[in-house]
Design a protein around this ligand. Sequence first.
Ligand code: MIC
Ligand code: SF4
Length: 756
Amino acid sequence: MAFDIEMIKDVYSRTKERVDIAREVVGRPLTLSEKILYNHLWDGNPTKAFERGKDYVDFAPDRIACQDATAQMALLQFMQAGKSKVAVPTTVHCDHLIQAKEGAAADLKHANSVSSEVFNFLESVSNKYGIGFWKPGAGIIHQVVLENYAFPGGMMIGTDSHTVNAGGLGMVAIGVGGADAVDVMAGMAWELKFPKLIGVKLTGKLSGWTAPKDVILKVAEILTVKGGTGAIVEYFGPGAIAMSCTGKGTICNMGAEIGATTSTFGYDESMERYLRSTDRADVADAANAVKEYLTADAEVYANPEHYFDQVIEINLTELGPLLNGPFTPDLSTSVGKDMKEKATANDWPIAVEWGLIGSCTNSSYEDLSRASSIAQQAIDKGIKMKSELGINPGSEQVRYTAERDGILQVFERLDAKIFTNACGPCIGQWARYSDPKNAPKNSIVHSFNRNFAKRADGNPNTHAFVASPEITAAIAIAGRLDFNPMTDTLINEDGQEVMFDEPTGWELPPKGFAVQDNGYLAPEVDGSHVQVNVSPTSERLQLLEPFEPLGNNIYGARLLIKAFGKCTTDHISMAGPWLRFRGHLDNISNNCLIGAVNAYNQKTNFVKNQLTGEYGGVPDVQRQYKAKGIKTIVVGDHNYGEGSSREHAAMEPRFLGVAAVIVKSFARIHETNLKKQGMLGLTFANEADYDLIQEDDIFNFLDLKEFAPDKQLTLEAVHADGSINIIKLNHTYNDAQIAWYNEGSALNLIKKQNAS
Ligand code: MIC
Ligand code: SF4
């Protein structure tokens, strides 16, 4: 039986009425995304049609999921909100804090000992406030959500950008910062700008070496890392229907890499099969009763260009396997010859040192079974493994079933390391090097979603390429980046030339899923007596102090850093070893912007202190400005804050005294995170004004007193030679968000409202 089945039935019981009204109000057939959005309006039945990309709308999500690295800050904030229980079903998943080193058993034991304080904190807060808790080792948040909580037509938010994975089961699932989740936990509406809609029509059929992963690698190439910003991507067409549910999850998952608000697919038989095999026949039956409401109206998919803002068509029969990377997930290259040419031209190392299979993106039973069919061939054909292989199963249920069915043993026979059911190398939790900064140039291939510099192993010289699990397995076995399993031969141990056959696998386990201990702990019905302890001397956890409002008198501000080029959340608040400070704002602030490249010297973590003329690390210099009460600004390029939902990337600069972040464009979640923390997140009205900013400028915000929706702000940049530039800044704050700014943060406002 499914968790929270009554809540799911409630959603379905109102679906018909609300969607029918929405269709009338909007005055035309509806996409699936619109049906789900209009069915989750905070105010109930739809009364007006919203303008996509313009109107801010209040929604009522059905559930929330948090992972350990972001839950700490989310729950520290929730504890301040003055509530005794979460208002909607919520879960916490311990998956990010487990380092991959020796293998699952030893690594889990180690994590449980070094992070016990954090795990105990999360467990006790969960127990107190009615939150379901998934222990370390239970699995990666998004696979666990897909297996247990996602349901067609539902709406959820999660404090992780890959929450979007649940679109594979027909949800609108959106990644948010912790402060957004706190709103919903506290029983308030969740606000989102009504998204634009991109339709992706999948014709043809996947076959041979091509996998769902290649679909999203292709979409990333087409749309680039910011092409999906502000939009929901809705997939449809015969190619979509023919694909497994977990394959759909893979595609939706990596929608985060194109900046999409989320991605989704209409309810179909693959979803029904998945629901039934994961012990949720009750959800499948309930969904079947409102089936036509869980996909778009027929007219929409027949004439998509009339209903979507943009339509892309991909013929899956023509699509071949791709490798995306290095350093960005949208740089796409076909396997084989094209890769050989590109790698040679760009000096990417051809030898592949590691292949990694797993992450929330590609760790389903189907993924493991297809990759293991390649591993099995290597054994059968006597091919020696040329690189190392690591596997992170997505959940204990997948791991247990894959072990029962002999899949994991196949990898083990190739000496693969089976790591914990957790994020591991995907988020830099990988003890690959003792001195990563000085580690050698090398290539790795993985089935993860992100490949920003240093992400997996902390080594800036690691060139990480993203591929499907089956291609990852083949390339890891061959040990060459330019290997094309469809055409190339390998020499086996007997000196014979051999080739791989096409991968095979099972969409779902033929004998059904099984698990002994899924790692779930239900909260007490009444948790009011549960004590939550945070030691004042802890280096891992720190209770939050409210931020002081920044006010509307910002004059004489200095430039902390003008970031050059790509500045993702990994650059702003690095993960890996820093994950251990995610619950301690002061300590984690020591990584603030240390990965951002200073536009004036092209160095990281090396900025000029304008008060002393000396250079220092970004956090150190900023702490000196803070000590003197001098506000600062951060300047950046396009898609600033791309990647993670981690609100630390906003809270750290806020905590250290940065007042404004001014960029050419923002990634959605990060922009909201800045607003929530009571900061100014602004964009250059004229992009070229980025170039006007000088290292030693003094900045005055001339009209902050008139801060209002749809009204530009004016920045005066006074240069060292006395000359002045007036720079116009755009913003997307509405009245409520300006109130957060005025109060110092959204949380300050909630506290005030709950107190009155
Ligand atoms: C990621 O993949 O970057 C993470 C780690 O899962 C983040 C969340 C975090 O930083 O804790 C995400 O994607 O939101
Ligand atoms: Fe974990 Fe990686 Fe997925 Fe983020 S992308 S949730 S780090 S597995």
